[in-house]
Design a protein around this ligand. Structure first.
Ligand SMILES: Cc1cc2nc3c(=O)[nH]c(=O)nc-3n(C[C@H](O)[C@H](O)[C@H](O)COP(=O)(O)OP(=O)(O)OC[C@H]3O[C@@H](n4cnc5c(N)ncnc54)[C@H](O)[C@@H]3O)c2cc1C
Length: 400
């Protein structure tokens, strides 16, 4: 693993994973839906800020889990980790969903209702609390994200895109796929005609009575979205081979820096997108978190260097080409796309084979994807010794 210093962010992430697995995993499925408040976060892993930057990737988390317990005992947790893979795969098949979202007209920013909501002054007790919590801790519990998005859309009547952008500005784990698709799911656009309503009793129960007196619109119609998003074919069999001497890595793929193969490169640049180079806002604390990750990543890799996005053009222009770990749809991929149009450079993308393998099952709904999880675990050998816990299915995972 990168970083031997016990206080660096990579070591902290690994310690957090270990602590969660050894102390809290066993009660995860029973307690995970409760939001006990920012000071009591033991009932979920809190790992998303690391996994979203791939300090370690989803497969590592599943492997570490199955090293200490059986699939059956950790099923719920593993399924949640696979949600992220599913969302990523789903969006990779439909890049226009992201393109459309990112181009959303920003004139809402002057809207009084919007300013009241992001100022936490709506008068809805729980919502206003969560706005402050998000700004102060850069995290919200999953159930709370669902309630928050639902209140935003159906009670406050604000555009879901504005809420998703507000999340991206403040979440340490802000992620193009999980966030955009999470909001679309709540709005009723992902599963057409099926939206998610925040209900007072549900909030009362799962905040342990802290909230639940507020009244919400629980009978609105799901949002409609007429856009057609064609499914982009992906070559799931792609084999990634080194082609050039220079490698680019973005902050969504930091796990690749642990790989031996990066030693073959003359230079590895980790691109720091900064604040200016983005289409979405990121708060000072979110940017600082990202910077700390990048600094820790280069510390132990002597031929790695942080390359600020503003310098990338100058530094890379003399090159005929470079290898790039594919950074997934989102800000990072958009930046590379803009860069490749500005300078004449060939970008040779490298893929993680686990991602490609999983994405073949992510073209339809999550239910379809979920069925394949035990087989995915077997095929990718994510479990060394706990196959007995898996639902046996000797067929190859079915392609959709
Ligand atoms: C409207 C909305 C917006 C969201 N935006 C983001 C986002 O920008 N970035 C982000 O990482 N997650 C997002 N999520 C998913 C989820 O809320 C967080 O991943 C989760 O709350 C992180 O907390 P945890 O690490 O303690 O999760 P745990 O419950 O411990 O779950 C373990 C891991 O599984 C994955 N996971 C769990 N639930 C989900 C989910 N619903 N979708 C995708 N992956 C999941 C995460 O990697 C998480 O770290 C969003 C969900 C909703 C409803």
């Amino acid at each position: 693993m990168i970083g031997e210093n016990k206080t660096d962010i990579f070591s902290i992430a690994n310690r957090d994973l270990e602590v969660f697995l050894s102390q809290n995993l066993n009660q995860y499925s029973r307690l995970r839906n409760f939001d006990f408040g920012p000071d009591r976060r033991y009932n979920t892993s809190g790992l998303s800020k690391y996994i979203s930057h791939r300090v370690f990737n989803e497969y590592h988390v599943v492997r570490a889990t199955l090293k200490i317990t059986s699939y059956e005992k950790a099923e719920k947790f593993i399924q949640e980790v696979f949600w992220r893979i599913y969302w990523k795969g789903w969006l990779e098949h439909r890049p226009t969903v992201w393109d459309e979202f990112i181009k959303f007209d920003k004139s809402y920013k002057k809207d009084e209702k919007y300013l009241t909501a992001i100022g936490g002054k709506t008068g809805i007790e729980c919502f206003d609390f969560w706005v402050s919590e998000l700004r102060e801790t850069n995290y919200l519990h999953n159930h709370t994200r669902m309630w928050f998005a639902s209140i935003w859309i159906f009670t406050l009547g604000l555009p879901w895109q504005a809420g998703a952008l507000f999340f991206l500005e403040h979440l340490f784990d802000g992620d193009a796929a999980s966030n955009t698709l999470g909001w679309r799911w709540v709005a009723g656009i992902h599963t057409k005609g099926k939206c998610y309503f925040a209900r007072s009793e549900n909030i009362h129960e799962f905040t342990n009575g802290k909230f639940g007196k507020d009244k919400f619109n629980e009978s609105a119609l799901p949002l409609l979205d007429d856009s057609i998003h064609q499914v982009r074919p992906i070559d799931y069999e792609l084999v990634s081979k080194k082609k050039f001497d220079i490698l680019l890595v973005m902050d969504s793929n930091l796990d690749v820096l642990n790989r031996n193969e990066i030693k073959q490169y003359r230079k590895v640049y980790i691109i720091d997108l900064g604040v200016e180079c983005r289409q979405t806002n990121v708060s000072h604390s979110v940017y600082q978190f990202k910077q700390n990750l990048l600094k820790a990543a280069v510390q132990k890799n002597s031929h790695c260097e942080i390359l600020e996005s503003s310098q990338a053009e100058k530094k890379l222009r003399p090159l005929s080409g470079c290898d790039v770990y594919y950074p997934f749809i989102g800000e990072n991929a958009d930046f590379l796309n803009r860069l490749s149009h500005t300078i004449d450079i060939q970008m040779h993308f490298l893929w993680q084979h686990e991602d490609l393998f999983c994405w073949q099952f992510a073209t339809k709904g999550y239910f379809n994807f979920k069925k394949n999880i035990p087989d995915i675990i077997k095929t990718l050998a994510l479990s060394q010794n706990s196959l007995k816990g898996l639902h046996k299915n000797t067929d190859n995972p079915s392609k959709h």
